[in-house]
Design a protein around this ligand. Structure first.
Ligand code: ADQ
Length: 414
């Protein structure tokens, strides 16, 4: 039973493969995908946890976890002397000779950590979303409601319901879940808004003993997929002990009217691209500059960005863009783009509406439009990307339905 100052352990589920983000996830786990110039996706969940003052955090990793583990140990390892830490725990095959079967199995295989920590409450969050949230307010609501498991929820368009757990709230008690359907195909809209559903954000608060009991029982069930959304939450709903926490109740310091309820599952290339673009507007849809709820990441020690070589026909200039340290815009023209650390753009090159990751080089007269260039891509003189989609496909690049071209890590584009 949780006390008024509960001991909280936070678990970040970071083992997801992110198939729909290919090729960005060809060589890295989805939570390690770079985002917004200097961040990786996992930084949003971890910043929210640290800003919520939860200082005991484990990150469960599995799929292609090397760059994720390195990022976590470089950026997030904190001081054991100060009594706080973030550690990443790879799948260890402790329980049997298999890797994590699903997110619930990842927790089941890590029960030794929960036993060592003896928390009252366990906060379990995904690592794939861009948002700000104060989990301590959700924990308070969980304790007050008497639920054993609480799911955070946000309204989403009904067309996206098959990507989410969809929550039906008990009309007699709006803090309780009456039904939970994981990724339903024909969901019913909300009574007051038929074009929307109440979606699970994939963040949960549990009484620690209830979580241990649930994942232990689930592990013994051969018919289970061992999935938090598909199996564990529905079991609490069946038991009548699942609560819901509407994101609308969450008050994050410094939030703007525009970004107070911003939450994006960047599960597809198009969603990833759009969420990057959300950072750029004058009044950004998601504001990175909120100093009251800082977003932390690893710092590179690179020098400041530099803009040089303006002259006839060349600008050395970037408008409506995010520009990271170590970027060199030398006589190139950039608009509506996100430039990650160490990107170099050369004279007469143009780069518009694009997301460019670390170390990319774009040479003279090259044109890049509506593209995502993964790390260390080299674009040769006069090469074109995103200008002719047939040409892009012929070179083996992914082009999405909405016309975003993705160039895989390290490619040389002639
Ligand atoms: P999905 O995102 O489809 O739906 P999943 O693929 O299990 O569910 O990913 C959830 C989180 O767990 C991600 O952060 C992922 O990286 C991680 N994860 C997945 N498998 C893992 C494993 N074996 N080991 C460790 N971590 C793992 C979930 C919920 C839905 C909810 C959406 C919100 O199931 O109910 O609506 O999140 O996006």
């Amino acid at each position: 039973m949780a006390s008024s100052h509960p001991r909280v352990l936070a678990i970040v589920l970071a083992g997801g493969e992110g198939k729909r983000l290919m090729p960005l996830t060809a060589q890295r786990a989805k939570p390690a995908v770079p985002f917004g110039g200097i961040y990786r996706l996992v930084d949003f969940a971890l910043s929210n946890i640290i800003n919520s003052h939860y200082l005991h955090v484990i990150v469960l990793t599995q799929y292609k976890s090397h760059s994720l583990d390195r990022h976590i140990s470089k950026t997030w390892r904190m001081s054991a002397l100060l009594g706080n830490y973030v550690s990443s725990v790879p799948a260890q095959q402790r329980v049997g000779k298999h890797w994590y079967l699903g997110s619930a199995d990842a927790i089941h295989q890590s029960l030794n950590i929960i036993e060592d920590e003896r928390p009252d409450i366990v906060v379990v969050v995904g690592a794939d979303h861009v948002y700000r949230m104060d989990f301590s307010q959700m924990v308070d609501a969980h304790i007050e409601s008497g639920a054993r498991a609480t799911v955070s929820a946000i309204r989403q368009p009904i067309a996206l319901a098959d990507q989410f757990g969809v929550i039906d709230v008990d009309p007699q008690d709006p803090t309780r879940i009456r039904e939970f359907l994981e990724k339903p195909v024909n969901p019913v809209g909300l009574p007051d808004s038929p074009t929307e559903v109440l979606a699970s954000m994939g963040n949960y608060v549990f009484d620690a003993d209830a979580l241990v009991e649930a994942v232990t029982k689930d592990a013994a069930n051969p018919d289970s997929r061992h999935d938090m959304g598909g199996d564990i939450i529905p079991a609490f709903v069946d038991e009548g002990t699942a609560g819901v926490y509407d994101m609308i109740r969450n008050e994050v310091p410094g939030a703007t009217d525009r970004d107070r309820y911003y939450w994006r599952d960047v599960g597809t290339i198009d969603a990833y691209f759009d969420a990057n673009k959300d950072l750029i507007a004058v009044q950004p849809v998601f504001n990175l500059y909120n100093e009251d709820w800082p977003l932390y990441t690893g710092y590179t020690g690179l020098p400041p960005a530099k803009f040089v070589h303006a002259g006839p026909g060349r600008l050395g200039h970037a408008a409506d863009s995010i520009v990271s340290p170590g970027v060199l815009v030398s006589g190139a023209t950039v608009a509506g783009s996100i430039l990650s650390p160490g990107v170099h753009l050369h004279s007469w090159a143009t780069l518009t509406d694009s997301v460019v990751m670390d170390g990319v080089q774009v040479h003279r007269h090259a044109q890049v439009h509506r593209a995502i260039l993964d790390k260390n891509v080299v674009v040769d003189e006069r090469a074109r990307i995103g200008v002719d989609h047939e040409e892009d496909r012929a070179r083996g690049f992914t082009v999405t339905d909405s016309g975003i071209t993705v160039v895989p890590k390290g490619s040389h584009v002639a």
